[in-house]
Design a binder for this molecule. Structure first.
Ligand code: WQD
Length: 340
């Protein structure tokens, strides 16, 4: 059986780690990426880890003609759709770019999996569809979705709506939305990892860049929240656990006899605060991290973490790496970058 998997955005942070996990399970990844949000350095890392160059097509997912040629060339067993813009703050400044790229790209892919009857589809969704949890901070897939706080969040929320309507029109296809919590860390080889373009938006890359001297200091966005230490709480999941969840999702879909649509939370099931991340980093590295407490960041959710039961029961998947593993691997990756 051919096992070609189309990985859109496969040169990106989560996409590249998923390419590694797919190959480890005997799948052949076909990467589509136009490198607008990825750095070619990832290709050297993938070559080092895989022992060969991955199949790569430099394409924009909004290029329907180019994508069609690809679907004509490969009999894809499945598609994992990562390619999208993902910075919450940037999406407020550039809403049209986010709606065009994130929604048109998804629509193009869905149209092609219907046209070519590609049986299995996994969508890179996000816990952002839950908004600020009302009551319990632990959210399951049954937790009502709330209207998002940013255009980025709306592209995930609308993306899931588009997929739900598409499912009704193509009931034989097998579709899954993976709702990520907070991806962190890097491959244990330290040869691929998160490569923020410009100043990092996300916490851990900002911590490692501060520690290595790329940033002067970290600002903790608020310590006056109603949490155990006053800083926001998130469910930080090692990117390799997240990557392996995609393989588990594809394998599950491939084993289904009839069409379906499922959403699954991909998180550890535990929450960690910003200050706990900072303290863990200092403990693990022995470094003192220069940070200040600043004002709250608009749009931040106070506390959210996953109920990860469905992933375990349906996919047989469970996060196995710890926050400490993620911090160690992120720091090793930052140090590798410094040698380039
Ligand atoms: C985490 C916590 C910040 C930076 C976003 C998207 C989500 C996903 C991951 C794509 C917050 C605090 C951060 C800093 C800080 N995106 N922080 N100082 O906002 O939870 O999630 O990225 O997959 O969909 O919404 O992640 O890492 O930006 O912030 O204090 O310099 O760290 O306030 O409390 P977030 P984040």
């Amino acid at each position: 059986m051919n096992k070609f998997i189309l990985v859109t955005g496969g040169a990106g942070y989560i996409g590249s780690h998923t390419v590694v996990a797919l190959e480890q399970q005997g799948f052949t990844s076909v990467i589509v990426d136009d490198f607008r949000n990825a750095n070619p350095i990832v290709l050297e890392g993938l070559r080092h880890i895989l022992g060969h160059d991955p199949i790569l097509h430099r394409l924009d997912v909004c290029d329907q003609a180019g994508l069609t040629e690809l679907f004509e060339q490969y009999a894809f067993e499945g598609v994992i759709h990562f390619a999208a813009y993902k910075a919450v703050g940037e999406s407020v400044d550039k809403p049209l770019a986010y709606y065009r790229n994130n929604l048109l790209g998804l629509i193009n892919i869905l149209a092609l999996i219907a046209q070519f009857q590609v049986p299995n589809f996994v969508f890179s969704s996000s816990c952002t569809v839950y908004g600020e949890p009302v009551g319990a901070k632990e959210v399951s897939e049954l937790t009502p979705k709330q209207l998002p706080e940013s255009p980025y969040g709306y592209t995930k929320w609308m993306g899931e709506q588009i997929i739900a309507d598409f499912h009704k029109s193509s009931p034989a296809l097998k579709l899954m939305n993976l709702r990520y919590f907070n991806p962190v860390g890097a491959h244990q080889s330290a040869r691929i990892g998160e490569f923020p373009i410009g100043k990092p938006n996300n916490l851990l890359p900002f911590v490692t860049q501060t520690a290595i001297g790329k940033q002067a200091q970290l600002t903790v966005f608020g310590n006056d929240y109603p949490t155990r230490d006053g800083s926001c709480i998130r469910d930080y999941i090692h990117v390799m656990d997240l990557a392996e969840a995609h393989v588990a999702a594809l394998s599950f879909l491939a084993n289904q006899k009839s069409g379906l649509l499922e959403a699954v939370n991909i998180g550890t099931g535990a929450g960690t605060s910003v200050l706990e991340i900072v303290n863990a980093f200092e403990r693990i590295t022995g470094l003192t991290l220069p940070y200040v407490i600043g004002p709250r960041r608009a749009g931040d959710v106070i506390e959210i973490y996953a109920n990860a039961t469905k992933g375990k029961e349906m996919l047989g998947w469970k996060a196995r790496l710890s926050i400490e593993d993620a911090i160690k691997d992120a720091w090793a990756w930052e140090n590798h970058l410094a040698t380039l």
